[in-house]
Design a protein around this ligand. Structure first.
Ligand SMILES: Cc1cc2nc3c(=O)[nH]c(=O)nc-3n(C[C@H](O)[C@H](O)[C@H](O)COP(=O)(O)OP(=O)(O)OC[C@H]3O[C@@H](n4cnc5c(N)ncnc54)[C@H](O)[C@@H]3O)c2cc1C
Length: 380
């Protein structure tokens, strides 16, 4: 019986294990998970879960833990290619086939060690801490004006908490979107009463039971700090055994195989996947990308069908009154063009004549046509 080991027990890990089971009912499948949880989804953790509109039951992925052996609280600590085995603190797991699905983890900010009052939001445990705090605090400081920061700010305002976002750039999300989209996100947050401290870097000090934040020109007391300054792929456990790319992700070809290996695949936030339509490797931190790459990775390893991942990558950010939908690669370095659409906004990002990416703000009905438009632009 062939043995598949999946490292990472969240979205990409669970989905690849479930798909592998569908493809081969006789496969022996073990999922190694660092967290002591059944596989769950992260998007609600900055939104409905904090507001209490999405329960912990609903956060769980459908069929979580079914059809495979889940070894929870059992992180992989090494990969022995010569022995085809994964090392864990409990022993070794030998494999014939291996899927890497260890996702990403938050960058730590110097001077902001995680504790009761400094939260890095990635896991359901982090979200529980934040949710409990939001029920009792008056003021929240968010360091880092990215998607997670903006979403947490909206949730906190809805719960009546005062919020300041500190961002070192001149605009929120300037590394992810163009200036037109940044402006709409900033306006929405300001309408909700969020204070924006832009072009600002901060220091943190403890003062009695509160924290003092200094940003160069001024200082304020806050009850809780959420740090959201980006993530990096969780690859340290590999100890250099597999090839990594410049973006930090595991190097993967268009089918999902790790470069140079026919028995190892990778998917999700940890994977730097060669995208044939873009002609270059890309790494995303989008739910749908991780969910779909997981199917390709399982297919590549378990069946004889190798199907290139050619989806137009899609992610979204729900910020209360604002629904931001991201298609393709809307690099902020590219020129941003706005096209008028009913009721919302559409922004296109071109490289030469090709539309590489687009962002819709409150225009979900445009999504399908826009996806087709990007696909035909990239294919021509
Ligand atoms: C708060 C939040 C909100 C989000 N909202 C959105 C959204 O609105 N829209 C959107 O498109 N995307 C959103 N995302 C991004 C989306 O959730 C990710 O793209 C998705 O979770 C990636 O799935 P993954 O399985 O690749 O990685 P992860 O979800 O990171 O899962 C990887 C798992 O592997 C485990 N692991 C790590 N190292 C090891 C090891 N050595 N051994 C065993 N296990 C290990 C980790 O503990 C983790 O459970 C959000 C993310 C967060 C954190």
């Amino acid at each position: 019986m062939r043995r598949l080991v999946v490292v990472g027990g969240a979205l990409a890990g669970h989905r690849s294990a479930v798909h592998a089971r569908r493809l081969d009912p006789d496969l022996d499948i073990t999922v190694l998970a660092a967290e002591d949880e059944l596989p769950y989804q992260r998007p609600p953790l900055s939104k409905g879960y904090l507001l209490g509109t999405v329960s912990s039951q609903r956060v769980r992925l459908r069929g979580a833990g079914e059809g495979y052996r889940l070894l929870a609280a059992n992180p992989a600590i090494g990969l022995d290619l010569a022995q085809s085995s994964v090392l864990t603190s409990d022993g070794i797991q030998s494999f014939d086939l291996l899927i890497i699905a260890t996702g990403a983890q938050p960058h730590r900010l110097e001077g902001f060690p995680p504790d009761q009052d400094v939260v890095y939001l990635r896991t359901v445990g982090d979200a529980n801490l934040l949710k409990e705090a939001l029920a009792r605090i008056h003021h929240l400081t968010i360091v880092g004006g990215g998607f997670i920061g903006a979403e947490v700010a909206v949730s906190a305002r809805r719960l009546g908490v005062e919020v300041t976002i500190v961002e070192q750039s001149a605009h929120l999300l300037s590394r992810a979107v163009g200036p037109g989209v940044s402006r709409l996100i900033e306006e929405n947050l300001q309408r909700l009463g969020v204070e924006l401290a832009l072009e600002s870097t901060t220091k943190l000090e403890a003062v009695n039971n509160r924290r003092l934040v200094r940003d160069g020109s001024r200082e304020w007391l806050t009850d809780l700090v959420v740090v959201g300054v980006g993530v990096h792929p969780s690859t340290e456990w590999l100890g250099g055994a597999l090839p990594l790319r410049e973006d930090g992700g595991v190097a993967v070809n268009e089918f999902g195989f790790v470069d140079g290996f026919s028995q190892i695949a990778a998917a999700g936030d940890v994977a730097s996947w060669h995208h044939p339509l873009y002609g270059r490797p890309l790494r995303f931190e989008h739910f749908e990308v991780a969910a779909n790459q997981a199917l390709h990775a399982a297919e590549a390893l378990v069946s004889d069908k190798h199907i290139a991942y050619t989806d137009i990558p899609f992610g979204w950010s729900d910020q209360g009154e604002l629904l931001v939908q991201i298609l393709g690669v809307p690099s902020p370095g590219l020129a941003e063009e706005e096209e008028s659409v009913d009721g919302g906004n559409m922004f296109l990002y071109r490289r030469d004549d090709r539309i590489e990416g687009a962002i819709l703000v409150n225009a979900p009905e445009e999504l399908t046509a826009l996806r087709d438009r990007i696909l035909s632009s990239l294919s021509s």
